[in-house]
Ligand binder design. Structure first.
Ligand SMILES: *Cc1c(COP(=O)(O)O)cnc(C)c1O
Length: 430
């Protein structure tokens, strides 16, 4: 498998190079040169297959020769050792719970897969890779956890001081070893700018091999297709049309679902549900893409004003607005609507949604209004405990702390406070 850069399609890289670079030298996102559909027998017999088998079949062509089949099977087994339950919450609506991993957010899947790939590559090279990542919350914890103790990888995580939840902060500042947390006095955008500056800084790139662990990295983006396939397997409503509603920020998760569709998974439609950061909902109305500064909301992992993976979605549909429209709808919701949905669903069914999942639920409901008789699945991307303050206030409940969270609450926070890019640079040059 080769990947081309979406800036200059003449720049090509194999899987390993794309993972180690993160982004192409011309700053384009990597995109698979070709996607071969899986044989229809794969989908006909999917209920007889294990998670690991499904994942292997789905990802093998994207990895190609760069990792042996045996090593790839081991990477998959290490990535997927938790459950992805599909839970029916009302007539025709189920939620795919993606929060049973070590940091209780769906980003565990991509972060662990990528970490295991880099760990595998380091077995045959002594060059160290530095993974540099900016986080508004969940990415940091998932990356820290996934990369902890991985040979050949050093991880530097930048997060905005005071703007991530207490649990999220502990998940990324308490691990130590090869993980360094930098607490930036500034916003998430400031963190992201510093990361971008570092990638463009030749003093640093001459000295260190830098890669990113955001969803622009193909090893974090593509494995997210696995759980759409598991959900398809578990839905067992093969004669019914299925719609996936995905709470979206950078649009990496939904884009991976669309890759699963391209592999032949029978899905009728995708709904991209957003908070008031509504660049894509506006695009689906007007065919005009106008990025804007992000707005803070209670579903803060989706506060993105210029979703980096949207260009990949456009490419999957050959840059045709009409083709995209056939498979994608997109709706945005306010914080008030989100809280009302959390409250209603909890009251009616006892099911507790986090604010991101609630946005996904709302997106599905809205699509169903105009498409009666359809059954749908919305993705619950984080455990409610990760957004404890909002959940407590909205539902007036107290939550038990799950063991994987309790473990970090008891640990001491260690972070390097920084204000300026120069401080990040001197750390990386050291
Ligand atoms: C990152 C995140 C999202 C958004 O996912 P994208 O792939 O960026 O669209 C949604 N919900 C939660 C809880 C997240 O952490």
């Amino acid at each position: 498998m080769r990947y081309l850069s979406l800036n200059d399609k003449n720049h090509m890289a194999g899987f390993k190079e794309a993972v180690v670079r993160g982004i192409a030298p011309d700053k384009g996102l990597y995109f698979p040169e070709r996607i071969e559909p899986l044989p229809s027998s794969f989908f006909d017999q999917i209920e007889n297959r294990s998670k690991d088998e499904i994942a292997f079949q789905a990802i093998q062509q994207f990895v190609g020769e760069d990792i042996s089949n045996n090593a790839l099977q081991n990477i998959i087994a290490a990535t997927l050792d938790f459950e992805f339950p599909l839970v029916t919450i009302e007539e025709g609506i189920a939620t795919l719970e993606l929060f049973h991993g070590p940091t209780m957010a769906f980003k565990d899947v991509g972060a662990r897969f990528m970490a295991n790939c880099l760990g595998h590559f380091s077995e045959t090279s002594d060059e160290e890779v530095t993974v540099l990542v900016a986080t508004s919350g969940d990415t940091g914890g998932a990356v820290a956890n996934g990369f902890l103790g991985v040979e050949g990888a050093k991880v530097v995580i930048l997060y905005p001081s005071g703007k991530v939840s207490d649990i999220q902060e502990r998940q990324l500042t308490t691990l130590g070893q090869n993980i360094t947390a930098m607490e930036v006095s500034g916003t998430f955008d400031d963190c992201q700018r510093m990361v971008k500056d570092a990638f463009l800084d030749v003093d640093i790139t001459k000295k260190r091999k830098l890669t990113s662990a955001n969803s622009i990295n193909v090893a974090r983006w593509l494995p997210q297709m696995f759980y759409y396939l598991f959900a398809y397997r578990d839905s067992k409503k093969r004669e019914m049309d299925i719609v996936f509603s995905v709470p979206s920020g950078n649009f990496g998760n939904i884009c991976a679902g669309m890759v699963a569709h391209r592999l032949g998974m029978p899905v009728k439609h995708f709904v991209a549900a957003t908070n008031v950061n509504d660049v894509v909902p506006n695009y689906m109305k007007s065919a005009e893409y106008s990025p804007k500064p992000s707005i803070a909301t209670i579903s803060n992992a989706m506060d993105v004003g210029d979703p980096s993976n949207f260009i990949r979605i456009q490419n999957l549909f050959e840059n045709s607005f009409e083709k995209l429209q056939r498979y994608l709808s997109s709706f945005s919701f306010t914080d008030e609507e989100t809280k009302a949905a959390m409250f209603d669903v909890y009251g009616k069914t006892g099911y507790m949604m986090d604010p991101h999942g609630a946005v996904g639920y709302l997106g599905l409901k809205k699509y169903m209004e105009n498409n009666p008789g359809i059954s749908g699945i919305f993705l619950e991307t984080a455990h409610p405990i990760k957004f404890l303050d909002v959940v407590k206030e909205t539902l007036d409940v107290s939550l038990d702390i799950p063991p994987q969270i309790q473990r970090v609450i008891d640990k001491e926070k260690i972070a390097i406070p920084i204000k300026k890019y120069a401080e990040l640079k001197s750390f990386l040059m050291d």
